[in-house]
Design a binder for this molecule. Structure first.
Ligand SMILES: *[C@@H]1O[C@H](CO)[C@@H](O)[C@H](O)[C@H]1NC(C)=O
Ligand SMILES: *[C@@H]1O[C@H](CO)[C@@H](O)[C@H](O)[C@H]1NC(C)=O
Ligand SMILES: *[C@@H]1O[C@H](CO)[C@@H](O)[C@H](O)[C@H]1NC(C)=O
Length: 229
């Protein structure tokens, strides 16, 4: 029996072939909301047939597998991981795990998921002094937001000495009641755009503002979000 086992091990060492494992996607990235391939693992030219599975895959994902065999007796296994892409799984790391019957080391290949999505925008007050307020339009987007626009009461802001915009930022200097009103910023990438608003009110020596990361529809309920500093 021992002789047989040694002989079998010898056969395995001689005839087993470790596959080469790669993980890719067939498009650059998955678009949010679409059911798509999020990762494809290929274990190429292994003998005996490699067993392919996924580790740390998003909970709602599934995989489908396809095996082809070569004339020289090796197998190529292609496993496609797919799900409805969401921004929550963007940048998540999954692992393709390849095992081979009779050989006990497994191969683990990491892969970072890439999901593209339109900007989700927030207004943040990044600096605040008695005579100057700087608001920033912060966008979570993939690819990154390519440009930002600030508007007041739905019109593009005409820069004055009181109001200036610089990329994602709007700077309010020496506030006067003439600047009171509703401002909103829009961030755009190739997947779409996102909005957030800022209500600014100045009277005498004090100002108040309200901001939220909600879409335009919430402009109507602005009073609910009103805060005073
Ligand atoms: C994710 O996909 C986008 C859009 O195709 C691409 O521009 C970006 O380089 C990709 N990111 C990574 C880390 O692969
Ligand atoms: C399996 O892969 C082969 C080669 O890439 C392809 O021709 C075939 O259509 C695939 N079969 C399925 C069911 O995906
Ligand atoms: C088996 O054939 C494939 C495709 O023809 C080739 O890429 C691979 O290197 C071969 N493997 C061995 C061990 O001969």
């Amino acid at each position: 029996v021992q002789v047989l086992i040694v002989f079998l091990c010898f056969l395995i060492l001689v005839f087993a072939v470790r596959p080469s494992v790669t993980v890719t996607v067939d498009t650059d990235a998955s678009t949010e909301g679409c059911e798509s391939n999020i990762a494809i693992c290929t274990a190429a030219n292994g003998k005996p047939k490699p067993l392919v599975s996924w580790s740390d895959a998003p909970s709602a994902s599934k995989s489908t597998e396809n095996t082809t065999s070569q004339i020289n007796g090796t197998f190529t296994v292609r496993s496609v991981l797919w799900t409805v892409a969401t921004r929550k799984i963007h940048d998540h790391e999954v692992f393709c795990v390849v095992k081979q019957p009779l050989i006990d080391t497994s191969i683990l290949v990491p892969f970072r998921l890439n999901v593209t999505y339109a900007p989700v925008v927030k207004v943040l007050i990044v600096d605040e002094k008695p005579n100057e307020v700087i608001a920033d339009c912060e966008a979570d987007a993939n690819p990154p937001a390519s440009h930002y626009t600030w508007r007041k009461d739905n019109e593009r802001i005409l820069e004055t000495k009181n109001i200036q915009t610089e990329g994602s930022r709007m700077i309010i200097k020496e506030p006067t009641p003439s600047i009171n009103g509703f401002y909103f910023c829009e961030a755009v990438n190739s997947k779409g755009s996102g909005f957030a608003s800022l209500y600014f009110y100045f009277s005498k020596y004090n100002y108040c503002y309200a901001y939220n990361d909600n879409k335009l529809a919430l402009l109507l309920s602005r009073r609910k979000y009103f805060l005073c500093t």
